[in-house]
Design a protein around this ligand. Structure first.
Ligand code: PLP
Length: 383
């Protein structure tokens, strides 16, 4: 099988697996909250991983709250602030290109806290319109802005430092969903100027179901938990820690810091090879949308329905994605592409190819050739 859907999930790294194994086969045991020696060794393993994850994003270990993944981190960020906010109408500002883990909180936030969601305009290159952002900040005075760092469909990277400067000027907290960025490009919470940042392990070699929310130390005091129970994770996220997954997360973070630069060069080469191969077969008909993260390639082939293309690729044992994995199966065109001004028709003729640490150049070239061949076949069937 040729797996080119690493933005959906990527295989567990051998180094992460090795670290996790003793916690899964019973040779290591302990609840990090227990005060006996087994508990202490689990606590130490969790704290060691916390340091590694913190280092990956330039944070302090005590600013890392482990969660079950990107979705929970996004929920904790928005609902944690919403439930801590004082009375009155509470507004949060976001963009039309966010992941559903942000956008689909709207109804709950409105019902529970009376929150209004305002969406900032997106430009055709996939970045948010900074002038509109400034206008919205001035008019609506939101208490929180949440704008993703890198998009999961197009790989577009937002000008986060400029966004942070605007938020600081208007006294607004800033959260960023950095699930696709962390582990792939250098991320430093202080350089970016964000107050909260979501990350997820399974996007860079840790197992599924582990993630973290970075919360700047200064804002933790008034932060309300979403999951209540024991006092784990500074009382912000209750529940016994998933030690094996956390240890794997730490190992993946360590690997990402060491390998990010060389991985980016490899992805850049894969991307060029894929585009070259597909252009040679289909020429001008192909359009590349967005860009930024080298591991994500978003391609529109007008007149070729992505669902049909995906199924044909799958029959050839090649896994790619029609839009983000979380919205696959939905008949709606991608909200990300339509926010960029791409027509619904073209959005439905768009596929995402994403590379990871196991991807080889041979796989990339073979997949590009198969994609072109299948696209031609679909076209000939509808002519
Ligand atoms: N945010 C973005 C940008 C994502 O791409 C994803 C997953 O694809 C998520 C959030 C959700 O993360 P998780 O799968 O860890 O819940």
């Amino acid at each position: 099988m040729i797996y080119l859907d690493h933005a959906a999930t990527t295989p567990v790294l051998p180094s992460a697996y090795e670290k996790m194994k003793p916690w899964l086969d019973g040779s290591m045991i302990g609840n990090p909250s227990s005060i006996h020696s087994a508990g202490k060794q689990a606590h130490m393993a969790v704290e060691d991983a916390r340091e590694k994850v913190a280092k990956l994003i330039g944070a302090k270990p005590e600013e890392i709250i482990f969660t079950s993944g990107g979705t929970e981190s996004d929920n904790l960020a928005l609902q944690g602030v919403a439930s801590s906010a004082h009375d009155g109408l509470w507004v949060f500002l976001s963009s039309g290109i966010e992941h559903h883990a942000i956008l689909n909180q709207e109804a709950l936030l409105r019902k529970k806290y009376g929150t209004a969601l305002i969406q900032v305009k997106t430009m055709s290159d996939g970045t948010v319109d900074l002038e509109d952002l400034q206008l919205c900040l001035r008019i609506y005075g939101p208490e929180l802005v949440s704008i993703m760092l890198a998009n999961n469909e197009t790989g577009v990277i937002q000008p986060m430092q400029e966004i942070a400067q605007l938020c600081e000027r208007y006294g607004t907290l800033l959260h960023t969903d950095a699930v696709q960025a962390v582990g792939h490009i250098p991320v430093d919470v202080n350089r970016l100027g964000v107050d909260m940042l979501s990350l997820s392990g399974h996007k860079f070699g840790a197992p599924d179901g582990i993630g973290a929310l970075y919360i700047r130390k200064e804002i933790q005091a008034g932060f309300h938990p979403v999951i209540c129970g024991g006092g784990q994770e500074h009382g912000i996220r209750a529940g016994t820690e998933n030690v094996a997954a956390i240890v794997g997360f730490g190992a993946a973070a360590e690997w990402a810091l060491e390998s990010m630069a060389s991985e980016e060069i490899a992805y850049c080469g894969h991307r060029d090879a894929f585009v070259r191969a597909i252009n040679a077969e289909l020429g001008e008909e192909v359009r590349i949308n967005g860009g930024g993260l080298q591991n994500i390639l978003n391609i529109t082939i007008p007149g070729v329905q992505s669902e049909a293309l995906l199924l044909m690729m799958d029959a050839n044992d090649v896994c790619i994605s029609a839009a983000s994995a979380c919205s696959a199966g939905s008949p709606q065109p991608s909200h990300v592409l339509t926010a960029m001004g791409i027509s619904g028709e073209d959005a439905n003729c768009t596929v995402r190819i994403s590379f990871g640490h196991t991807t080889t150049r041979n796989e990339v070239v073979k997949a590009a050739w198969l994609l072109a061949k299948n696209a031609k076949r679909i076209r000939s069937m509808y002519r």
